[in-house]
Design a binder for this molecule. Structure first.
Ligand code: 6PG
Length: 248
């Protein structure tokens, strides 16, 4: 996988970061629905995107985005029940999905409560409901975070999921997390029309610098395996960008 240099948007504060990202999300949704009649988006998990989802759940975005034309998927999920504190779906519901008017069948949760491989197969079928036989599915937008160890979605260093080139979704036991995970794979991430990576805080500065300016070694820094065909943006606050040498 050849390296792809993303366009960086860097903001002095997290408030500015989330406001700008929410604005861009609304614009992306509007453009997708105007062009193709729907907006397909995969949400990131973890803690970073929560404030973005909360911002989208408030005016003007709550009322400006055509949620009825939006299909919401997840980039990954921990293999836990949907009411578990670790569940990405639970976080997204609390921050956004319970606060917008969206048809329930437009929310496509990964079934973390089921046996992991069965849940991965089920999610492939869930994707087919919306994307048909398109393989890999071409999302309008995939949101991602980055871990301090350079993982993204549930693509962790040294795991077999990094080498998956056929399936669009896979199950992976993650030793460092002592947990089974479900994740979209590189073929799906890289088929998207747009991929946005969100990172904030000093604890991500080293990973951001390594990912964007370090040697290209996706097995060690899995975020480097994200080389989307479409637009590729990173949304950062100054703390997360602090160790970058060349902000474009
Ligand atoms: C997950 C996420 C994961 C996340 C990073 C960063 O399920 O954990 O999908 O890839 O984006 O771990 O997490 P934070 O935003 O909590 O730092």
């Amino acid at each position: 996988m050849k390296r792809q240099t993303p366009r960086l948007h860097c903001f002095a504060t997290t408030i500015e970061l989330y406001e700008a990202t929410a604005q861009a999300f609304g614009e992306a949704a509007h453009a997708a629905i105007a062009t193709r009649g729907r907006f397909t988006v995969a949400l990131a998990g973890g803690s970073t995107p929560r404030a973005l989802y909360e911002r989208l759940a408030q005016p003007p975005y709550r009322d400006a985005v055509n949620w009825r034309g939006t299909e919401i998927f997840f980039g990954d999920e921990r293999c836990v029940p949907p009411d578990h504190a670790d569940s990405n779906a639970r976080m997204a519901r609390a921050a956004l999905l319970d606060h917008i008017i969206i048809p329930p069948d437009h929310i496509h949760r990964m079934r973390g409560e089921d046996e992991a491989h069965r849940a991965a197969h089920a999610y492939v079928r869930e994707l087919r409901q919306v994307f048909g036989r398109e393989h890999p599915p071409c999302f309008d937008l995939i949101l991602l975070g980055i871990g301090a160890n350079g993982h993204t979605a549930s693509l962790f260093p040294g795991t077999g999921a990094l080498r998956e080139r056929r399936r669009s979704v896979c199950a992976q036991y993650v030793e460092v997390q002592q947990q089974w995970r479900l994740t979209l794979t590189y073929p799906t991430l890289n088929a998207a029309r747009a991929v946005w990576v969100l990172a904030k805080g000093t604890d991500k500065a080293e990973a951001v610098q390594h990912a964007l300016e370090g040697p290209h070694e996706p097995e060690v820094w899995p975020i480097q395996g994200v080389t989307p065909q479409g637009s590729y943006l990173w949304w950062l606050d100054e703390a997360a960008a602090a160790r970058l040498n060349g902000i474009n």
